[in-house]
Design a protein around this ligand. Structure first.
Ligand SMILES: [Fe+2]
Length: 197
């Protein structure tokens, strides 16, 4: 299997951005190192395709415009924009149980992972888009997680409460910690990666 040019380029840019944005010898740097080493070692099954995206997808152009304007991450925003037509956008499973605002107000796309454009089990790498003034529900999972913050918003982590990372910032969540995020007046775009293996 061979990655598309857009996917290969996106992963290259993401690796470079993570290596400058995640402080050396910190847990997020370690997660990123493992993720990109795995991605350099093998390629999963490439399954391009489209679904009808959830309604929140309409906020993607404005979120990308804001991300492109932020110097630290503009190459990543540009690479994601080129890649995005190959992705399937979906809702979080069970999102209808969290009310209409969340159900209608978020969209996730899997770049790498069991449901990704590149299907494999060891790495999950995706994007979340949150509509203005919507909170992405609290959740937790065993793999540790690194987010690249691609827009303005507030972030929650159990024990630490809410904080506001800068655009281009890195958010790290240890295994099983409860976390969430919420958009302010503009849509919030975030990239996330989980090391599962
Ligand atoms: Fe998460």
């Amino acid at each position: 299997m061979k990655r598309s040019e857009a996917l290969a380029q996106f992963l290259d840019v993401a690796r470079d951005i993570l290596s400058t944005r995640a402080e050396e010898r910190t847990p997020p740097a370690a997660v990123a190192a493992r993720v990109f080493e795995a991605l350099a070692t093998s390629v999963g099954t490439i399954v391009p395709g489209t679904l009808v995206p959830p309604p929140a997808y309409r906020h993607l152009p404005s979120a990308l415009e804001a991300a492109r304007a932020a110097l630290e991450i503009s190459p990543l925003a540009e690479a994601f924009e080129v890649l995005e037509p190959e992705l399937r956008w979906r809702r979080r499973p069970g999102s209808e149980a969290h009310g209409k605002a969340f159900h209608e107000g978020h969209a996730n796309a899997d770049i790498v992972g069991p449901m990704g454009l590149e299907q494999r089990g060891d790495v999950w790498f995706g994007a979340s888009l949150v509509a203005p003034n919507v909170r992405y529900v609290e959740h937790q999972h065993p793999p540790e997680e690194v987010y690249v913050v691609m827009g303005e918003g507030e972030w929650y982590r159990e024990g630490d409460g809410w904080h506001t990372p800068s655009v281009g910032g890195i958010v790290y969540n240890p295994p099983n910690i409860v976390h969430a995020m919420r958009a302010g007046p503009s849509a919030l775009l975030a990239l996330w990666m989980l090391w599962v293996a």
